[in-house]
Ligand binder design. Structure first.
Ligand code: CA
Length: 274
């Protein structure tokens, strides 16, 4: 074995926003197009981010094209390790994970994603060529949220992706959510309380979107930071307190009860009972 001077080819990361009709697709195969996703906190609202982990280029291209058409932003990884890194870094709304990957298998990647506190809540759809019942059960045992056997229908994949998101991240698919007289319409970007419109800043809107997706759930400041500002944002957990204060002030108007519960030393929840 001689001295190897060349580094192995780097996997290409591609992130694209959904392609609007009549506009050119920003994705060029092989390019290192990497928009500043996390520099723009608003991008969290605009479209759900799907991470595809798949080593077969044809499969990747098919999924990527169709998910973009379906209104998703995309991140792509061609190995499991790269997928783990991107999942940690970008905290996608959903992961489509191929079982058969070189080196580390999809099952192992799934296990690791479900083990880490930051990534464990990201829903995962496993893809596989294996159709045996035992494998299906093994896949779901590792924490995958859904399972599809190749060859699968791309429309079905998109339908299942959206149906999972409707449950886990309703705001990302434009669902309207309500709790205790509060209604948040993520498509229209509108919030009302007992039919009275409320004026919220963009950060307060995202905070409320997170809280209202899982009423009564207690969110740590760190989790809210990740969710609302993104992981790359250099903000202090005290920033969360400041914006919660602003949100609370708006929600609290006109003698309405305060729907935000402070869990001292930990975080917050949307909870009128607490
Ligand atoms: Ca594969």
């Amino acid at each position: 074995m001689g001295f190897q001077s060349e580094e192995p080819a780097k996997p290409v990361h591609v992130i694209c926003t959904g392609v609007e009709p009549g506009r050119q697709d920003p994705y060029l195969p092989g390019s290192h197009y990497f928009p500043k996703l996390k520099d723009d906190p608003m991008s969290k609202d605009s479209a759900p981010l799907a991470l595809i982990i798949e080593d077969e280029p044809a499969q990747m291209a098919l999924m990527s094209y169709n998910l973009k058409q379906g209104g998703f932003k995309l991140a792509e990884a061609v190995t499991g390790e790269e997928g783990l890194l991107l999942a940690e870094e970008l905290l996608p709304d959903i992961i489509v994970l191929d079982w058969m990957l070189p080196e580390v298998s999809g099952i192992e990647i799934c296990r690791q994603l479900k083990k880490h506190s930051h990534t464990k809540e990201i829903p995962i759809i496993m893809l596989t060529a294996r159709g045996e019942e035992a494998d299906r059960i093994r896949g779901l045992d590792t924490g995958a949220d859904d399972y599809m056997t190749k060859p699968y229908s791309i429309n079905e994949l998109i339908a299942r992706t959206r149906s999972i998101l409707r449950r886990t991240r309703p705001s990302s698919v434009g669902e309207t959510m309500s709790y205790a007289g509060l209604v948040l319409d993520s498509e229209q970007h509108r919030v009302t309380r007992n039919d009275e419109p409320l004026k919220l800043g963009p950060t307060e809107f995202r905070l409320l979107s997170a809280l209202i997706e899982k009423p009564t759930r207690v969110w740590s400041r760190d989790l809210l930071l990740d969710r609302v500002w993104g992981r790359d944002f250099d903000v202090d957990t005290r920033t969360v307190d400041v914006h919660i204060g602003r949100l609370r002030k708006v929600l609290h108007q006109k003698g309405q009860p305060d729907p935000i519960r402070t869990v001292r030393g930990f975080g917050y929840s949307l909870d009128v009972e607490g």
